[in-house]
Design a protein around this ligand. Structure first.
Ligand SMILES: [Ca+2]
Ligand SMILES: [Ca+2]
Length: 880
């Protein structure tokens, strides 16, 4: 966005700034953080969550000019902390609002090391001090230090001053490191190691790139400038020598043998009482179809005045611009306590052409209005993104190979009594015919990398197989732009092969599920990396493992034939055996796959059918056995999967529905129908009232309160009476969707959590589409399109499209399996906005490694594709 009239903002600032004498003084606001115009200093408003360890979203943090520039402030035991390096536990935090002081107490339990951290307002900044009751434990001398981390890409092209000497922030890490023996190492979480030391028992210690007593980062740029002063030595480190998601770290070591206040920093960000955040004009980056509603949502600094109108310009063929509409701007109000919101409805603009919005001096990038804007917006996702996620395949695109045939050594039996870093665990038994570390044959086929990492999360494979089959059921997208050859395990992007790509992707999931059923007997909770130093792999997935089957009779790194002594094969976690009811969703997925694959790939379809029926029979037998057992034993039979086991389990009705559709046998229908009817009945009496989306749990895919998803998916196969019953409940559903829509300025359920809410918005709009598909007279089709408009740029923080390569201004970096390259894989759907407590919705586009904001997940694909194709239909109907 370009600022055309900066003077307007400056004038607004003069009007609204009431107390010029305290200009730049940080004060603690009612939300518990230091604030002055243009600067916030957060002191452990956000804590380390404990799930993914250091997420670079906790500690002392600086938000300057509306952008979080620094994070991770606090006492750490490493020069440049990695994700799995330990951090201390916050045991106490007291906020003295009037005194301008925040006191915290911490504990490093592993080292019996307690300390205090005080942040106090001083001058235009804060004084940070570290207090010790006891001298620093001897084994932490030279290790414990006060750190503050800066996001590297934000500082590319900037300088820093060290005691007056000018230096350049390194664009790429090339500073010095040294090796230390492992005996000196601070243990990482759970005794893991992110480092592959090739058996040398050593670790890397980065050396500082600068030292001094005054460091000023980016003195030339007031939006990024921060001053550090200390009597202690200040060091600047570059964490990227150890991990690509490392940061620039300002650090001072805590002194040995001292108590009381042992270390002090004066930290001065750069406030500006004249600064007003530039309005963020949200709109859809793919543009608009002429007949649809067009509402831009403007996110405003609370010190900014809402202008009465905006201007819509058409860009003419000769380069000139014509003002076509001056729509009124209506204030919506405050949302998430930080910004004010306003809406600008320019639906009256219907003539096809290129347009831009100008609001109070801010000019947006251009966007089209034409009948076809929703056409094919799912192609990148199905043509490129999903193929690149395919495991066990070489994936080629024109001259480029995305990755080779990965994990051809899959898999070995996970050992017993074992806990893996990502939450998988094993109990006393393998539950299979395999011994710990024994190779399980036949598993090097099918499935997708779950997200930015390379694991097979079985829940995702089950869900994706079933949902892609559902995409086929509903929409039958015949598109064939991908060559997929399972015999040679080769994929070629942009190359038709005569088979619809959705069908081939269903097969790709089903092949892995069948292989697991046939070789393990059930679906493992996950097939995942056993070693931490493999888990964080970046680069071609073919190099995560050596591709040779593990043979314990060989030495590490020794290779003989197709076997090697390196324990790098993925582990199959099989603690989730025992209860065949846990296979209900697998049964549903395979029965579903069997039906849609039959006309195209009959051999795989037949395998799926046989395995689905086998699982069904096992469930029958199990239930018969259970019915004959005492009550108490029946109740204690519940069991859970590993951390990521979601998707396995479930009740039998989904499987019954798919088996009914597959075989036509009445017994299956008799089983699922009563439950579906109960669901319809319950939906009629769904709770009323407005849902508070702001406290939404991030990724939590809350079921819609009026849950008729199953009923809708059954409609094409049921009689008129069933349809009439479903129709009766639609007004309740629509009322609920409307309430949700009206509860946020963006007209969709904006949820802030530790994982972005894109998926939830997509799923909400997808449900609306399903209702529109069958009952177009009962629901406003704008409830379908508004979900996509949000994903495509009509959202808080910025107006970038969250779907990579879809729209005019789209995400430049996202967290695919190429996340270290500061780029993206086309068609990935970014999770979007994370809520940093207490009020900061964030979506960084210059730091790909924030998974909650930037990690595109495979599981979002089917609902996005359904919604995108649905929007093509809605747009066509609107423009009729
Ligand atoms: Ca194809
Ligand atoms: Ca291997």
């Amino acid at each position: 966005m370009k600022r055309l009239l900066p003077i307007i903002a400056a004038l607004c600032a003069l009007v609204s700034c009431v107390n010029k004498s305290d200009q730049g003084k940080l004060e603690i606001n009612e939300k518990g953080y230091f604030e002055t115009q243009g600067v916030n200093v957060l002191v452990y408003s956000n804590r380390y969550q404990g799930v993914f360890c250091d997420e670079k979203t906790a500690g002392i943090e600086i938000i300057q000019r509306g952008v979080r520039i620094a994070t991770g402030g606090g006492v750490r035991l490493m020069n440049t902390p990695e994700q799995w390096d330990i951090y201390s536990t916050l045991t106490e935090r007291t906020i003295d609002t009037l005194g301008g002081v925040i006191n915290c107490r911490f504990n490093y339990q592993d080292y019996s090391f307690q300390y205090g951290l005080t942040v106090k307002q001083e001058g235009k900044g804060v004084r940070i001090s570290v207090e010790l009751d006891e001298p620093l434990p001897a084994n932490l001398v030279g290790k414990a230090g006060l750190n503050m981390e800066f996001f590297p890409a934000t500082y590319y092209g900037k300088t820093y001053l060290v005691d007056g000497q000018s230096e350049i922030f390194p664009r790429y890490p090339s500073s010095d490191t040294e090796m230390h023996p492992n005996s000196e190492k601070i243990n990482q979480f759970w005794g893991l190691s992110t480092f592959d030391d090739r058996g040398r028992d050593e670790f890397i210690v980065p050396k500082p790139i600068s030292k001094g007593h005054t460091i000023v980062v980016a003195p030339e740029d007031e939006s990024l400038r921060v001053l550090f002063q200390s009597e202690a030595e200040l060091n600047l480190f570059d964490g990227r020598n150890l991990s690509q998601n490392g940061t620039y770290v300002v650090r001072s070591y805590l002194p040995a043998g001292k108590t009381g206040t042992v270390l002090e920093w004066y930290v001065e960000p750069t406030p500006n009482s004249d600064w007003i955040r530039e309005p963020n004009v949200g709109f859809s980056q793919i543009g608009y179809t002429p007949a649809q509603k067009k509402v831009a949502v403007i996110e405003l600094d609370r010190n900014d005045k809402v202008a009465s109108k905006a201007n819509i310009y058409r860009v003419n063929a000769d380069g000139s611009n014509t003002l076509v509409l001056e729509p009124a701007v209506k204030e919506w109000g405050v949302f998430y306590d930080r910004y004010n919101y306003a809406q600008c409805d320019f639906s009256a603009v219907r003539e096809p052409g290129t347009y831009y919005i100008e609001y109070n001096g801010v000019k947006t990038n251009p966007f089209p209005i034409n009948k076809n804007v929703y056409e094919g917006k799912w192609h990148n996702t199905m043509d490129v993104w999903l193929p690149v996620q395919m495991d066990h395949m070489m994936v080629n695109e024109a001259y480029r190979v995305w990755h080779g045939r990965s994990h051809m050594d899959d898999a070995i039996q996970a050992p017993t009594n074992y806990q893996q870093h990502d939450g998988y665990r094993m109990g006393n038994s393998t539950n299979t015919k395999y011994k710990p570390y024994e190779h399980i044959p036949g598993l090097a086929v099918g499935a997708w990398y779950d997200a930015g990492d390379f694991d097979i999360q079985s829940g995702t494979v089950i869900g994706l197989t079933n949902q892609l089959a559902e995409v086929w059921d509903i929409l039958k997208p015949e598109r064939d732009q991908t060559f997929i050859d399972q015999k040679t395990q080769f994929v070629d992007i942009h190359r038709p092969d005569g088979l619809p790509d959705v069908i081939q992707q269903v097969e790709h999931g089903a092949l892995n599920l069948c292989a697991q059923i046939e070789n393990i007997g059930f679906i493992a909770g996950g097939i995942v990396q056993g070693n931490m130093h493999q888990y964080h792999h970046l680069g071609d997935a073919v190099t995560i493992t050596d591709g040779y089957i593990y043979d314990p009779s060989l030495k590490p790194y020794e290779v003989r034939g197709n076997r090697s002594g390196t324990l790098d094969d993925r582990f199959a976690f099989t603690n989730n055996a025992g209860n065949p009811m846990g296979n209900a969703n697998v049964c549903a997925a395979l029965a579903h796959a069997a039906r849609v694959l039959a006309p195209y790939i009959p051999e795989t379809a037949e395998r799926c059918r046989k395995n689905a029926l086998k699982l069904w029979k096992e469930m029958d037998d199990y239930q018969a056995r259970m019915a004959n057992r005492p009550q108490q034993q029946q109740q204690s039979n519940g069991q859970r999967n590993g951390q990521w086991g979601g998707g396995r389990g479930g009740d039998r009705s989904a499987a019954a529905i798919q088996l009914w559709l597959l075989t036509g046998e009445q017994k299956y229908k008799d089983m699922f129908l009563p439950g579906v009817m109960r669901q319809i009945e319950a939906a009629k009496n769904a709770p009323q009232g407005v849902e508070d989306n702001r406290t939404g749990g991030g990724s939590a895919m809350r079921a819609p309160r009026v849950n008729i998803t199953t009923a809708l998916s059954l409609l094409p196969y049921m009689d008129d009476d069933f349809k009439a019953q479903v129709r009766e409940v639609i007004p309740v559903f629509v009322e609920d969707a409307k309430r949700t829509s009206e509860s946020t300025p963006y007209g969709v359920p904006v949820a802030g959590g530790t994982w972005g809410g894109s998926e939830r918005v997509i799923s909400w709009a997808q449900n609306n589409y399903m209702v529109w598909r069958y009952f177009p007279d009962l629901i406003d089709p704008e409830l379908v399109l508004s979900g996509l408009n949000f994903i495509y740029g009509n959202h808080p923080y910025s107006n970038v499209s969250f779907v990579t390569a879809v729209g005019v201004n789209t995400k430049k970096v996202a967290y695919g399996n190429n996340r270290a390259d500061y780029t993206f894989i086309p068609g990935g759907i970014a999770p979007g906005l994370v809520l940093l407590q207490p009020d900061f919705l964030e979506h960084k586009d210059d730091y790909p490694f924030l998974w909650g904001e930037n990690e595109c997940c495979t599981r979002t694909v089917p609902s996005y594709v359904t919604l995108s194709i649905g929007a093509e239909e809605v747009a066509a109907a609107l423009n009729k």
